[in-house]
Design a protein. Structure first.
Length: 118
């Protein structure tokens, strides 16, 4: 972005009676324009620059929308994977609990069968 207030003051100095002041103002104004990454034509016809900036912002906006869409899909995939993982863990816990119960029943049954022989 161009510091327009500073540029206006510098251009005002071009009407000075002192040649050194005119040259210095011209150099500083030109450096201000170059540092902003634009040309004098862009300064004189700002609608072209504005149109280009708007187009660039629209392109960037579209890229960001696509990125948000991709991230949303990834989020959904991760959420689905997390649900599957939780479901699988619950199944393992239930199977382990059923195994423990079966072992307890077998142990109690074995104990009851062996008890009368003592």
């Amino acid at each position: 972005m161009i510091d327009r207030e500073r540029l206006i003051k510098l251009l005002g100095l071009l009407g000075s009676d002192h040649n050194g002041e005119i040259a210095a103002a011209g150099r500083v104004a030109d450096a201000l324009i170059r540092d902003a990454g634009v040309t004098w034509a862009d300064v004189i016809a700002p609608e072209t620059v504005q149109r280009e900036l708007i187009d660039a912002l629209r392109d960037e906006n579209e890229e960001l929308r696509e990125k948000v869409h991709r991230l949303s899909i990834q989020k959904n995939e991760l959420a689905q994977a997390a649900r599957v993982t939780v479901y699988q863990r619950r199944r393992r816990v239930k199977r382990f609990a059923a195994l423990i119960i079966a072992l307890l029943i077998a142990f109690v049954g074995f104990w009851l069968v062996c008890e009368p022989f003592e």
